[in-house]
Structures are given as structure tokens and as C-alpha cells.
Design a binder for this molecule. Structure first.
Ligand SMILES: Nc1nc2c(c(=O)[nH]1)N[C@H]1C(S)=C(S)[C@@H](COP(=O)(O)OP(=O)(O)OC[C@H]3O[C@@H](n4cnc5c(=O)[nH]c(N)nc54)[C@H](O)[C@@H]3O)O[C@H]1N2
Ligand SMILES: Nc1nc2c(c(=O)[nH]1)N[C@H]1C(S)=C(S)[C@@H](COP(=O)(O)OP(=O)(O)OC[C@H]3O[C@@H](n4cnc5c(=O)[nH]c(N)nc54)[C@H](O)[C@@H]3O)O[C@H]1N2
Ligand code: SF4
Ligand SMILES: [Mo]
Length: 670
């Protein structure tokens, strides 16, 4: 028996980007644990990754290229060789390009793997092909925009800051599910006496560990932030010297906007009692180092960018940035440490091709013309489950004249509609370089087990496709390790001082932060821009979200036991998720004569989805909640929650509005 422990990295779309120790016996991963030497992971993993070996060696892994033999969506395929698969794809594409032009081909990818090479290398290929481009904005582009409107490219606080805080606001985040290692730090702060509040639309599982929960009406957090600033100004609880030195536009915001947002008015908008608003403002002002951990839930509304922008103004009022432990963490963006264009190759684009928004795939497949989408290539994403307006997407995927290729680890709902399915490697089977959006660590991983069957990595498939298309650029001849080298060599300034030898050996290393980064504002004015002259609305204001005309807001929040549509291959985790529940307040259920545990249908103008009703007072009236995404196989009725969500985009940055949705609910019992 040949047993070894090797380092790897968790590839999933999670801010924690954990370091893994993988015990490999005779080419099989037998045990996966958290790396105790990783500064953020510190030896613990979340429940999902605790048995990652079960995902990697799952009997459900795709191991051969497949050709569709049944109807689209029926999931009937026969095995073919890689040669045959690549030949068919490129023959069809060549014909399509001569008839419609290359923009008739649409790549669709998101975050199945966060590795810098495997995630992004497809762009090099599709830019060379001249295909339509994809605006990858499903997650939190509006959050990034809102933050940048106030803070520009200012570096986000190191997550260790939270341990020094004495008042922590978990704002629109279910960190127990989605950011558990930050929560370890929150707990450490709490042990030292910090107070922790959660601001959410329902008492999500993280509510169990906080001191107080503030329930806000969905999409109203911008008004809440303005109300808090109103009280801070009214009481004089502001840090005048900080504002004078570091802030642009305080006077305008104070005189032109804040007078309007009285506690009474804000209470009416947000549903939060005036006394609670006053208490929150008092705690925030009184804290010596208030820290906001800002989730993404609240950015997925028609007013999402403005909401984040408004909240991002708060720390400046009390000078939180100048205090150890104070500030606001929205997301960590260290992309500029790497030479990303070496992988994405924008220089291959002969002209700027059409951009299709990933939140509007349903529209793109059913209505877009000149040219219509005739070829779809999906890799490391599962749009049939994760993207809004599922009914339209499925209608598009069923089109007889649409040629769909899906490169996947598993037979997902999207893969079922493919003409050709290609088997993908898991992260333990291919090399990559990772950076996190929740801390400043970076880490390299080598392949630690051989591929499942004939599975190939994203980059290997693009190499084969490039060869068959006759692309002669040397770019396509390189190995992943060559691409990794180019990402970090020549080193960008941020990588100077990083131990590249350690990185090469797959150890976690940290990007170092400049001194005083929390008071160095990388904005056009060099100050925190409460007033931003480049915006059509130069000052933050409150705007209503979109909303449909129906009685309940629908929150499709994350589950502890899955990650977006990933991990549905794991019976152990599915059992823990139990079933696709719709949580509802007993008062609302009473009004509709609905009973706990019964079948219900949530519906709106876009679709209908069946759930099991769970009555709970953790959900306020007027809101219903479902946690986790399910595959159609495990959801009775077939359609899943995104049959209810909409293709509308956010106010800025074309983000998704996945939580800006209302539904009605009726009994599903016959
Ligand atoms: N276990 C697990 N981990 C995950 C994921 C997962 O699905 N499962 N997903 C991963 C991905 S892709 C991402 S982007 C991150 C997301 O992680 P975060 O950005 O930290 O956000 P979430 O934890 O998804 O929490 C969203 C919360 O926002 C709340 N919310 C919705 N609307 C509003 C509102 O208007 N106001 C307020 N205050 N709250 C609101 C929801 O009820 C929910 O509790 O997590 C990642 N990690
Ligand atoms: N209603 C609702 N919808 C949501 C959300 C929500 O909260 N509510 N969350 C949204 C968010 S925040 C996000 S980020 C998106 C996420 O959307 P996606 O990025 O599409 O996320 P996943 O569902 O994890 O699907 C990733 C797929 O990639 C595959 N994969 C993994 N590694 C590889 C690889 O190396 N190569 C290839 N070819 N495939 C691989 C996995 O098997 C998996 O099927 O979903 C969004 N959808
Ligand atoms: S917490 Fe996040 S990064 Fe860590 S193992 Fe779980 S999914 Fe991966
Ligand atoms: Mo996301």
C-alpha cells in the first residue's frame, strides 16, 4: 500500500478557499482534511468538503464523452471517443461559423472551479474563435460596483481585523453556511466581549450564534443605512476629524439627503421599529471598532448596487477605518496581483464581439437574433438550475436547432440537454493556482490523483478544440504549469516579497498588505467618496427594488449542505438537506389554510415550483424561504426554484436580481 498526504486547495466558489490535506492511497483519495498550517482554514473544513473524496470518486462521475441518442433533456446518451467528440463539435462549429458567423456560438461558464487557469482559460479560446462573450455577473457584480462607487479600488480589510472588533454586524450573510472560517473569528471576538448582530430578511441559521437579529424588509437595507446615518448626524455621533481628512461629500449628504430619512420614515420602509434603529445607531457609534461583514444577498435586487453603496458610507461617519478592528468587508479582490491577460487573451479578439448577459440566457436562447445563438458551450456551470427564469432556459435548451456541448463532472440538469457531454476532471485531478475572495491567501495545487476514467480538465479540452479548429498560436501548446508561471512571472508589484518557492511547493502563502492600507483610499479624489461626481446620482439615495405583484418575497438562500447546485451527487449531504422545503410564518399559513408538512406550490407569472411546507417563526410574515438549490431529479414536479426568479438586472453592473422576486403560495395536495 502506497500512502501519502498531499496538499491541495478547495476549488469551490466560497470565500474561505481552504487549504486541504489529501491522503492518497494507491491513486485514490481516501481522506480529506483541513490544513492546520493554513492561516484561515486552521485545520477545519465545512460539512460539504469533509468527505470530498466521496465527490471525487463518486460512482456518478462522468468518465467518457457522450453523444445524445434520446430526446433533448431525456438524458439518453451513448459513449463515444474523445476524437469523435472533438471532431463532431468542431465540424458543426465550422459550418455554423460559415453560415451565421462565430458570434452564433455562446460560451457559458461560471464558478465550478475558482482556479485561475481552469476557470478563465476558456476565454483565451473563445476570444480566438470570435464567439459571443458572456457577462459573468450572476453573483455579485452590483456589490462590487456599489463598493467601488464609494471606495474605488481601496483594499478590503484583512479578515483578522474582525477579531479586534467590539461590535460586529453580519449584514445579509448566512456565514454559518457560506463563510464559516470568518465566523470562527467572529466567535473569537465574541468570547472577548464583542457584540454580534445579524441583519437579514429572516432568522437564518447564523442567527443562533448572534446577540441580536434585525429583520429588514427585503431590498430595504439602503434606507436602513440612511436612517442610521441620519441618527448619527442628529446626535453628533460622528468622527469629525476623520471626515475632514478622509471623506468627500459629507456636507452634501448631510444636508441634501439625510434630513429626509427620519427614523419614522425609515421604520415604515424597512419594517424595523424606531427604537431598534435608535439602538443600532447607538451601538454602532459607541463601539470602539465597529466591523461590518457584508454579504451578497442584498445586492441581488433592482436597487442592489445603490444599497451596497449606501451601506459602504457608514464606516466613514464614525471613522471606523482608522481603528484596528473597524471597517467593512464586502469582498477581497486580489486579481490585480496576477497577469490575468496571459490566460484570458483579450488580444486574440479581432474586434469586440457581442456580449450576452449570463442572467438572460433564457432570452438569449429564445429571442436573440443577428445572429441567433446556434451553439452553446457550457463548462463549470449549471445554468438549467442556477440561472434565473428556468422555464425560458429549458425552452431554449430544447430547441432542435441548438447545438449544445456541456463539459461536466456530473450529469447535471444542463448536461441532460446536451448534444455532446464531455467528462471533466475534479480539482484533485488537475493543477491550478488559487486566490480567495475572503482572505489574502494564494495557493498552488498539483494534481494529486489520476483523472476519473477519460476525464479531461478545462484547459486540456480547449487545447483539443483549438487544434481541431486549426489555431496555430503557441498559447494553445502550453501546459497548465506554463500558464501558472505566466500569471506570476514577471511578478506584479503585489507579489514582491511573496515566498514563491513556498508557493511552488503548494504551501499557502499570503499577499502582504501595505501599511496604512485602511486609510489609503484608491479613489479619484484620494478620499472616501460619499459624493461621487461620476455617478448620475452623485449622492446615495434610497430607491425601491423591482418587486412583482404577489404577497410573499421569496428568499432562495444558501444551504449549509450544498453550494449552489454543487454537491447534489452526495447522498450523505442530500439526506441532511432532507427535502426542498418552503419555510413560512405560521400566521401566513393560517391565513391560507396551509398545514405544516404539506405539499405546496409557489408560483408567479414565470413559473410554478413544488415544495414541502415548513412552518416556522424564524421567517417573518410576508417572506418565504427555501435553502439550497436542488436538481430536477430530487424535486417533485421537475422545475426548481429558479423557475420563479427573473432575468431583470440590477441598477448598475448588470447583476442578477435573484432575491428580488415575489410569489404566491397554494396547496399542492389534490
Ligand atoms: N454552504 C454554502 N456555501 C456557499 C454557497 C452555498 O450555496 N452554500 N454559495 C457560495 C457563493 S456562490 C456565494 S456568492 C457566497 C454568498 O455568501 P454571502 O454573500 O455571505 O451571502 P449568503 O450567505 O449567501 O447570504 C445571503 C443572505 O442574504 C439574505 N438576504 C436576502 N435579501 C436580503 C436583503 O434584502 N437584506 C438583507 N439584509 N439580507 C438579505 C438572505 O436571507 C441570506 O441569509 O457563499 C458561497 N458559499
Ligand atoms: N435562486 C438562486 N439562484 C442562485 C443563487 C441563489 O442564491 N439563489 N446563487 C447564485 C450564485 S451566488 C452563483 S455564484 C451561481 C453559481 O452558479 P455555478 O457557478 O453554475 O455553480 P454550481 O451550481 O456550483 O455549478 C458548477 C458546475 O461546475 C462543475 N465543475 C466543477 N469543477 C469543474 C471543472 O473543473 N470543469 C468543468 N467543466 N466543470 C466543473 C460542477 O460539477 C457543477 O455542476 O448560482 C446563482 N444561482
Ligand atoms: S469552507 Fe468553503 S473553502 Fe472551506 S472547504 Fe468548505 S467550501 Fe471549501
Ligand atoms: Mo456566488
Amino acid at each position: 500500500m502506497n500512502s501519502e498526504v498531499k496538499r491541495s486547495v478547495c476549488p469551490y466558489d466560497c470565500p474561505d478557499m481552504c487549504g486541504l490535506l489529501v491522503e492518497v492511497v494507491d491513486g485514490q483519495a481516501v481522506k480529506v482534511t483541513g490544513d492546520p498550517e493554513h492561516p484561515f482554514t486552521r485545520g477545519t473544513l465545512c460539512p460539504k468538503m469533509h468527505h470530498y473524496e466521496r465527490t471525487v470518486h463518486s460512482p456518478q462521475r462522468l468518465t467518457q464523452p457522450l453523444l445524445r441518442i434520446g430526446e433533448k433533456g431525456a438524458g439518453q446518451f451513448k459513449a463515444i471517443t474523445w476524437d469523435e467528440g472533438i471532431q463532431r463539435i468542431t465540424d458543426i462549429w465550422k459550418k455554423m461559423i460559415s453560415e451565421y458567423g462565430a458570434e452564433a456560438i455562446l460560451p457559458y461558464s461560471y464558478a465550478g472551479t475558482m482556479g485561475l487557469v481552469q476557470r478563465n482559460c476558456g476565454e483565451g479560446f473563445f476570444n480566438r474563435l470570435g464567439a459571443s462573450r458572456l457577462a459573468r455577473t450572476i453573483c455579485s457584480s452590483s456589490k462590487g460596483y456599489g463598493w467601488a462607487t464609494v471606495m474605488g479600488r481601496t483594499l478590503a480589510p484583512h479578515p483578522n481585523e474582525v477579531e479586534k472588533s467590539d461590535f460586529i454586524l453580519l449584514w445579509g450573510t448566512n456565514a454559518l453556511a457560506t463563510n464559516i472560517h470568518l465566523l470562527h473569528k467572529v466567535r473569537a471576538a465574541k468570547k472577548r466581549g464583542a457584540m454580534v448582530w445579524l441583519i437579514d430578511t429572516y432568522e437564518n441559521p447564523t442567527a443562533q450564534i448572534v446577540d441580536k437579529v434585525l429583520l429588514v424588509r427585503p431590498g430595504r437595507d439602503g434606507a436602513l443605512a440612511l436612517g442610521l446615518m441620519h441618527i448619527l448626524v442628529r446626535e453628533g455621533w460622528i468622527d469629525q476629524p476623520f471626515i475632514a481628512r478622509y471623506v468627500q461629500g459629507f456636507e452634501q449628504l448631510q444636508s441634501e439627503v439625510l434630513p429626509d430619512y427620519t427614523p419614522d420614515k425609515v421604520s415604515r420602509i424597512t419594517g424595523i421599529e424606531v427604537s431598534l434603529l435608535e439602538e443600532m445607531a447607538l451601538q454602532y457609534a459607541r463601539a470602539s471598532a465597529p466591523f461590518i461583514a457584508l454579504g451578497s444577498g442584498l445586492c441581488r435586487y433592482g436597487n442592489g448596487a445603490m444599497t451596497v453603496r449606501t451601506i459602504a458610507c457608514l464606516p466613514a461617519f464614525v471613522g471606523a477605518w482608522s481603528k484596528p478592528g473597524g471597517g467593512l468587508l464586502a469582498s477581497i479582490s486580489s486579481g490585480s496581483a496576477f497577469n490575468m491577460s496571459q490566460v484570458t487573451r483579450e488580444d486574440f479578439l479581432q474586434r469586440p464581439t457581442r456580449v450576452v448577459n449570463m442572467n438572460q440566457l433564457g432570452y438569449a436562447l429564445t429571442e436573440l437574433t443577428e445572429p441567433p445563438i446556434m451553439g452553446l458551450y457550457v463548462y463549470h456551470s449549471n445554468p438549467a438550475v442556477v440561472a434565473p427564469d428556468q422555464t425560458k432556459i429549458i425552452k431554449g435548451l430544447k430547441r432542435d436547432n441548438l447545438f449544445t456541448v456541456v463539459h461536466e463532472r456530473f450529469m447535471t440538469d444542463t448536461a441532460r440537454y446536451a448534444d455532446i457531454v464531455l467528462p471533466a476532471t475534479s480539482s484533485l485531478e488537475h493543477p491550478d493556482l488559487y486566490r480567495s475572495y475572503g482572505h489574502y491567501g494564494i495557493q498552488r495545487a498539483a494534481a494529486v490523483v489520476p483523472p476519473a476514467g477519460e476525464a479531461k480538465s478545462n484547459w486540456e479540452v480547449f487545447q483539443l478544440l483549438a487544434q481541431a479548429m486549426g489555431f496555430s498560436e503557441r498559447f494553445f501548446d502550453q501546459k497548465v504549469d506554463d500558464l501558472i508561471s505566466q500569471l506570476i512571472d514577471p511578478p506584479k508589484p503585489w507579489l514582491e516579497g511573496v515566498d514563491l518557492v513556498k508557493l511552488q511547493a503548494s504551501y499557502p502563502v499570503e499577499l502582504s498588505l501595505p501599511e496604512n492600507y485602511k486609510t489609503t483610499y484608491l479613489t479619484p479624489s484620494g478620499k472616501i467618496e460619499l459624493f461621487n461626481p461620476l455617478e448620475a446620482e452623485p449622492l446615495p439615495r434610497y430607491f425601491e427594488p423591482y418587486e412583482d405583484d404577489a404577497p410573499f418575497y421569496l428568499m432562495s438562500a444558501p444551504s449549509v449542505y450544498s453550494l449552489n447546485s454543487s454537491f447534489t451527487e452526495r447522498p450523505d449531504l442530500l439526506r441532511k438537506k432532507e427535502a426542498s422545503y418552503l419555510q413560512m410564518n405560521p400566521e401566513d399559513a393560517g391565513g391560507k389554510n396551509l398545514q405544516d408538512g404539506q405539499k405546496v406550490i409557489a408560483f408567479n407569472e414565470r413559473g410554478e415550483v413544488q415544495f414541502i411546507l415548513k412552518l416556522t417563526t424564524t421567517v417573518p410574515q410576508g417572506v418565504v424561504v427555501t435553502e439550497g438549490l436542488f436538481s430536477s431529479e430530487t424535486q417533485p414536479g421537475g422545475s426548481t426554484v429558479n423557475a420563479l426568479t427573473s432575468q431583470r438586472l440590477t441598477d448598475r453592473a448588470e447583476g442578477s436580481t435573484l432575491y428580488d422576486v415575489k410569489v404566491d403560495v397554494r396547496s399542492g395536495e389534490n
